[in-house]
Design a protein around this ligand. Structure first.
Ligand SMILES: N[C@H](CCC[C@H](N)C(=O)O)C(=O)O
Length: 279
């Protein structure tokens, strides 16, 4: 039976988005991998679908997220912006402010007048058990053993999904492929981890590359941008509003450093094409 989909992208982080509001979608990990395959399928970093909320009194939709490796995950920032645009383009909702359920809890999506989308990404979580990360106690920076001869210093935080952030002198020369792969599957991250490489330009601007859990390096990572700003801000290196320049473009992240206050992300979301595929 053919599956109708919409191909979307947020700063080059790309998605296959499916409307499961009227008919449930059930794709196993192998089918997700087939859909995400850039040679034999449609090709994307993540597969997203919209379905009815579990609790309609708290949210209008449920937002499901699957990495290209087939694993379901808790949160996806660039995907959330595309999700908001998709809901409107599908005529599922005409409100500018939408609350959706994710595995990480509720997030709020706001379609701006200028076509950008702002997302309340929720609270950052720093306790090792919440990330999850094997550390005796919470710290601003952790030393991670890559090998018997190599250690790296990382900040660790959950944006609903786990992130490790390294500060580097230059994202252009950072060993994203080697260190990203080594840290993504490091045993101290029992559910693996997204790995951000952050170059601080000044207190209001960083450059960032992200090796994503379950995908590899992507052109942009919304939760990764939030995680990097939160870690940089916690170390007193960044101000409340930061422009994050990723290989695919720019996001604006705001966080006032109160751990009971959410992180806000603003950026673009575009539809590329629609189609059908038999899996
Ligand atoms: N790879 C991430 C999910 C997608 C995150 C990223 N595409 C974003 O925009 O936040 C994870 O396994 O937690």
């Amino acid at each position: 039976m053919p599956i109708a989909f919409t191909k979307m992208q947020g700063l080059g982080n790309d998605f296959v988005v499916i409307n499961a509001m009227n008919a449930p979608v059930s794709l196993d990990a192998e089918q997700i991998r087939a859909l995400a395959d850039r040679r034999f399928g449609v090709g994307c970093d993540q597969v997203l679908w919209v379905e009815p909320p579990v609790d309609p009194s708290r949210a209008q939709f449920r937002y499901r997220i699957f990495n290209a490796d087939g694993g379901e995950v808790e949160q996806c920032g660039n995907g959330a912006r595309c999700f908001a645009r998709f809901i409107h383009e599908q005529g599922l909702c005409d409100q500018r402010c939408i609350t959706v359920e994710t595995l990480a809890g509720l997030i709020e999506l706001i379609l701006e007048e200028d076509g950008q989308v702002t997302v309340n990404m929720g609270l950052p979580r720093f306790e090792p058990s919440e990330i999850p990360f094997k550390a005796a106690k919470r710290d601003a920076l952790y030393s991670l053993n890559i090998s018997s001869e190599e250690q790296v210093s990382v900040g660790a935080v959950s944006m609903g999904n786990p992130h490790a952030v390294l500060q580097v002198n230059s994202v252009d020369t950072a060993e994203v492929a080697r260190l990203g792969a080594a840290i993504e599957s490091h045993s101290d991250f029992p559910r693996r981890v997204n790995v951000g490489f952050m170059q601080i330009i000044d207190r209001e601007h960083i450059r960032l590359r992200v090796f994503e859990r379950g995908v590899g390096e992507t052109l942009a990572c919304g939760t990764g941008a939030c995680a990097a700003v939160v870690i940089g801000r916690q170390q007193g290196l960044l101000d409340e509003r930061v422009t994050v320049t990723l290989p695919g473009g720019q996001l604006v992240i705001k966080w006032n450093e109160d751990e009971q206050e959410p992180v806000w992300m603003t950026g673009p979301a575009q539809t590329v094409f629609t189609g059908e595929i038999e899996l």
